[in-house]
Design a protein around this ligand. Sequence first.
Ligand SMILES: Nc1ncnc2c1ncn2[C@@H]1O[C@H](COP(=O)(O)OP(=O)(O)OP(=O)(O)O)[C@@H](O)[C@H]1O
Ligand SMILES: C[C@@](O)(CCOP(=O)(O)OP(=O)(O)O)CC(=O)O
Length: 421
Amino acid sequence: MASEEEGQWVLMATGRSPTNIAVIKYWGKRDEALILPVNDSISVTLDPDHLSATTTVAVSPSFSADRMWLNGKEISLSGGRFQSCLREIRKRARDFEDEKKGIKIKKEDWEKLHVHIASYNNFPTAAGLASSAAGFACLVFTLGKLMNVKEDYGELSSIARQGSGSACRSIYGGFVKWCMGKKDDGSDSIAVQLADEAHWKDLVIIIAVVSSKQKETSSTSGMRDSVETSPLLQYRAQTVVPSRVLKMEEAIKNHDFELFAKLTCADSNQFHAVCLDTSPPIFYMNDTSHRIIGLVEKWNHSEGCPQVAYTFDAGPNAVLIAWDRKTAVLLLQKLLYYFPPQDKDLSSYLVGDKSILSDAGLHSIEDVEALPAPPEMKMHDQKFKGDVSYFICSRLGAGPKAVADESQALLDSVTGIPKGV
Ligand SMILES: Nc1ncnc2c1ncn2[C@@H]1O[C@H](COP(=O)(O)OP(=O)(O)OP(=O)(O)O)[C@@H](O)[C@H]1O
Ligand SMILES: C[C@@](O)(CCOP(=O)(O)OP(=O)(O)O)CC(=O)O
């Protein structure tokens, strides 16, 4: 290791990674330590402008320990998952030189340098919106940039997988498949991109954030209990998912929304059935989630073919995928009819791509109050004000990206401590 002013420099990198939502779910591990799943899964990557983690990583000879801050609060890095990611990336680190700054780091020197990590999620953490997926993908991607790692994305995905299983799918944009793999060492359990975000541009994603509170049963412990106790999980993994994955790949390739929606809804429902089949049973959805399913099912049925797909991860939030903008506008009108905002501020009730509000003719709370009742629903008079915290309107998005603009770094370039601390 060499530099003009030994010990004075801080070398940093910043990256941003999207979250993803599975349309064929991962639920159950065959190896807890390596995070190897019992079935393949398929996801869509969401637009990082709306749901993403931003992470800055830094090394300096002046750092005395590995440290991490998540959303401004220092957290421990001692957990096995963080340690696995750090170890695997350090193993692949390569020589680095910045002549201008007088920094030279040899491959073998990376092991001796401590890292500081600061990360920020632009959406609720640990609320069933896959913050761990965006977070670990971002950590691995950004550490890889800092340490001059040249491995391909498949390899990076298998490292991110060791942080959180679903994180391996956030290494790519668009439609992504996590191949479960067969090997005991997990080297073939990697993510591959099925199609990029431009492949099916019409899709619009509306997320109803039903609760942004932290959930009671984490995905990790929930799926462990399911593997131990649910007979349905075995049947699902061995018999249902393999053929469903093939059909989903076809649906994506052919832009077949009818098949895509049927498979997405069926798979979400089966995942939650496995949760109910677990002892003790796990309840991730609540009454609001069930009402949203009812609304979509009735609408799809009345149209004779699916307009919208729904899927729920390990929490009550609904992820709704509409097949085009026009359908998304109708969906939003129906949702806001039943779930109007508690207060009068419409612009904070829908975040992300707010332009959908004007497309739906919703400029004020009075416009929401004037919405007609969806004709296909029987119970018109009942409304559920306040049951949805807010909505996010999004779309498919790209994979992780380096953030070159140093002003966006979360760590101070001189001290290596989070800015403002
Ligand atoms: N930006 C981040 N960087 C690194 N780690 C993160 C980040 N965000 C979240 N995590 C890790 O993920 C954990 C939360 O994961 P958890 O699986 O409980 O919730 P979730 O990912 O939001 O929901 P789910 O995966 O069930 O949809 C945090 O406690 C933290 O360890
Ligand atoms: C319901 C899910 O979102 C479960 C995600 O589980 P995690 O990836 O959070 O679990 P660990 O691997 O234990 O970290 C379905 C999915 O994303 O496929």
